[in-house]
Design a protein around this ligand. Sequence first.
Ligand SMILES: [Zn+2]
Length: 66
Amino acid sequence: MFFPTIYSATTDERHIVKDKNTCACGTRYNAFAMLSRSDLRKIRFKHYKEVTCPLCKSSIIDEESS
Ligand SMILES: [Zn+2]
């Protein structure tokens, strides 16, 4: 499965985008270093194995198992 993800340089983690403000783990990714519109283009569809945020990954696993 592929998910929209965004990379946070501040924590060196790749998160799954939940909506336009937050990641699946609850982090507000639009707070990452004052995101501009061009930064939003950094959202990439990646395989879940490439997601490095453990909270985001676990949220996906929960959905798959339920
Ligand atoms: Zn996350």
